[in-house]
Design a protein around this ligand. Structure first.
Ligand SMILES: O=C(O)[C@@H](O)[C@@H](O)[C@H](O)[C@H](O)CO
Ligand SMILES: [Fe+2]
Length: 360
């Protein structure tokens, strides 16, 4: 398991590369050009700026999260070919700076959705919270205004240029079914995967968050059967999965240990985080510790170890603790605590294996 840490870039993150470098076992950053709109080719000068900063901090930049997919690709519009060509040009540049994994998602319009970014937990910390009933009746305009009122950070999937087109996008998706989304994904993968193979980059689809349709928009990366179908659209090791325990874990019907065991050789990247799912379907994010939530984090790390997992792993969202002011879900402290928990689980597995081999 190769530990990495997400970093949103100079001036776009409260966490510094120097702080990341001091977290035990972290070897690299998970990065992206967050100011380049989906569909555009990434400029090499901006890529090299990240490389310069990462090199100076002694961190690699092998994992990108994300080169986002333009809506026209998800919608299957004729203009998708232009955006697929730009995606290919970006892959060539990323390969030049040593990128090995691209994490991306195929969710229409939005990335993860929550109804409260600072819900208080029993211990006084706060975390991202999803209230199912509220989403069913959410006034999107209000939500957009609240997100945009947070001038410091863009929210994944809530970038201003997309929000400005909400009405138009919802109209465009009105008749797009899950089947059509799968077809459009197949078209994208058939164009991109041979290219990713040529440049030795593994594409790693991120599950939908939450893993069910929202606002009437279809979602397809929701559970084991759909993941199996998606990976089968183009049966290549370079068509991989970002195993995100928190996204999949929001639906307790998802058996994530079974997902790890079935797709182990197709998981170049793992996001590990915990959520506590309530009986009414609401969920709140918690510390990474198994007992704090409803996701079997210890079982997941054990399964990764039993499958000799050699891919990248990062702690996903943490709580906001010790009054840290940070990007929602992306503080330094609780993700660093999460890493130490994950290392503890991993090292205990390794020790058990070694003592087993020594017969004691
Ligand atoms: O939950 C998160 O913050 C991330 O795991 C996702 O936003 C992820 O970066 C995207 O869905 C991948 O494209
Ligand atoms: Fe994730």
């Amino acid at each position: 398991m190769k530990m990495v840490f997400r970093w949103f870039g100079e001036g776009n993150d409260t966490v510094t590369l120097e702080q990341i470098r001091q977290i035990p076992g972290v070897e690299g950053i998970v990065w992206a050009l967050h100011d380049v709109p989906a569909g555009e080719e990434w400029p090499m000068d901006k890529i090299l700026q990240v490389k310069k900063a990462a090199d100076k901090a002694g961190l690699h930049m092998k994992v990108v999260e994300s080169v986002n997919i333009h809506e026209d690709i998800k919608l299957g519009l004729p203009s998708r070919d232009l955006y697929i060509d730009n995606y290919k040009k970006t892959i060539v540049k990323l390969a030049e700076v040593g990128v090995k994994v691209i994490c991306y998602n195929f969710m229409p319009v939005f990335d993860w959705v929550r109804t409260d970014l600072h819900k208080e937990l029993e211990d006084g910390s706060t975390a991202l919270f999803y209230e199912k009933e509220k989403v069913a009746h959410l006034n999107l305009e209000e939500q957009v205004q609240r997100i945009n009122a947070n001038p410091n950070f863009t929210m994944p999937g809530w970038e201003p240029e997309r929000l400005g087109r909400l009405t138009e996008l919802f109209d465009a998706y009105r008749n797009v079914t899950e089947e059509q989304l799968f077809d459009n994904a197949k078209y994208f993968l058939e164009a991109i995967i041979p290219f990713a193979e040529k440049y030795d980059i593994r594409m790693a689809i991120h599950p939908d968050d939450p893993p069910w349709p929202i606002f009437g928009l279809p979602r397809i990366i929701t559970g084991q059967a759909n993941i199996r179908r998606f990976l089968g659209l183009v049966d290549s090791p370079n068509n991989g999965l970002t195993m995100c325990s928190g996204s999949l874990g929001a639906n307790p019907a998802n058996d994530i240990v079974s997902i790890v065991n079935e797709f182990a050789d197709r998981i170049p990247f793992a996001h590990i985080r915990n959520v506590r799912v309530y009986d009414n379907g609401d969920f709140i994010e918690t510390s990474h510790r198994t007992t704090d939530g409803t996701v079997d984090i210890a079982g997941i790390v054990n399964a990764l170890h039993e499958n000799d997992y050699e891919g990248f792993c990062r702690p996903d969202h943490g709580r906001h603790i010790w009054d840290e002011q940070c990007r929602p879900g992306y503080g330094l402290y609780d993700r660093a605590l999460g890493i130490m928990y994950l290392w503890g689980l991993w090292d205990a597995n390794r020790r058990k294996l070694q003592s087993g081999r020594m017969g004691n």
